[in-house]
Design a protein around this ligand. Structure first.
Ligand SMILES: Nc1nc2c(ncn2[C@@H]2O[C@H](COP(=O)(O)OP(=O)(O)O)[C@@H](O)[C@H]2O)c(=O)[nH]1
Ligand SMILES: [Mg+2]
Length: 240
């Protein structure tokens, strides 16, 4: 078993997943891959199974249907914690996150940071090919999250991260409230409130060229209310 694990959630990523797996394996890093697929109608899981004949470090968790990004990661974290991985990463399957950046995230964790965040907003804005509407949404969501929660992070919604094992062991995964993308905010907030150290590493985020975004209005509304929920639970001392 490898020292690190990268968890890759997939929903209809048939045109991306092979490249992701190949790029991770070209890094020359001691790392396993866990794809958490929500029964993608486009057959993403079948492609992963095919790739498994070639790559021993590739694992697949198949879930019954589209249960949301947050719950896919929680399932992946539980899988990881049953094994001995020291560094556990999250990465999108659409190549917006460049697998090439993985070693930089792991190295910061090895320096002792508990949560390392691949950040689009470290030095200005490092996003390529996003429509201005989407950029404003993301940038605004980050400002709003920081204002409400006080999280000392420029990219609160980033989904490219590396956790030291202890962080995931100490967060009660059963209590995670987010099913959608607010999961990314919730994990950072919970880790921060528990006193873990967070650090941002600049990355360049490139909009997918294949497949479609799964962002919906419901996901946005969940996030708008989630930051208040987290803040209030924390103030009341109920964020366990
Ligand atoms: N397993 C699983 N993966 C999901 C789900 N929703 C999104 N994803 C994956 O999460 C990652 C980010 O989603 P994406 O649609 O690219 O979001 P965007 O980058 O914010 O537009 C991609 O790898 C998706 O395939 C879900 O409900 N279940
Ligand atoms: Mg994407």
């Amino acid at each position: 078993m490898a020292e690190s694990l990268v968890i890759v959630p997939t929903y209809n990523e048939k045109d991306n997943i092979q490249t992701v797996v190949e790029r991770v394996n070209a890094l020359g890093v001691d790392i396993d891959i866990l794809v958490v697929d929500d029964n993608s109608p486009d057959g993403t899981a079948e492609i992963v199974k095919e790739l498994q004949t070639k790559y021993e470090n590739l694992h697949l968790m198949e879930r019954v249907g589209k249960l949301g990004l947050g719950s896919a990661y929680v399932a992946g974290f539980k899988w990881a914690l049953k094994r001995d991985y020291e560094y556990i990463l999250e990465m999108d399957a659409d190549l917006s996150h460049n697998p090439f950046d993985i070693p930089r995230l792991i190295n910061r964790a090895k320096e002792g940071y508990d949560v390392v965040i691949g950040s689009r907003y470290c030095n200005g804005v490092n996003v390529i090919h996003w429509p201005i509407k989407r950029l404003i949404l993301s940038y605004g969501a980050n400002k709003y999250t920081r204002m409400v929660t006080g999280l000392p992070i420029k990219d609160c919604t980033s989904g490219f991260k590396c956790y030291r094992r202890e962080v995931l062991e100490s967060i009660d995964l059963e209590r995670i409230k987010s099913s959608g993308y607010s999961f990314q905010i919730e994990m950072k907030f919970r880790a921060w409130k528990k006193g873990f150290s967070l650090v941002e590493v600049p990355i360049i985020f490139e909009e997918r060229s294949e497949g479609r975004s799964k962002m919906t209005k419901a996901i946005i509304y969940e996030a708008v209310f989630m930051v208040w929920k987290l803040k209030i639970l924390s103030l009341l001392g109920l964020l366990k």
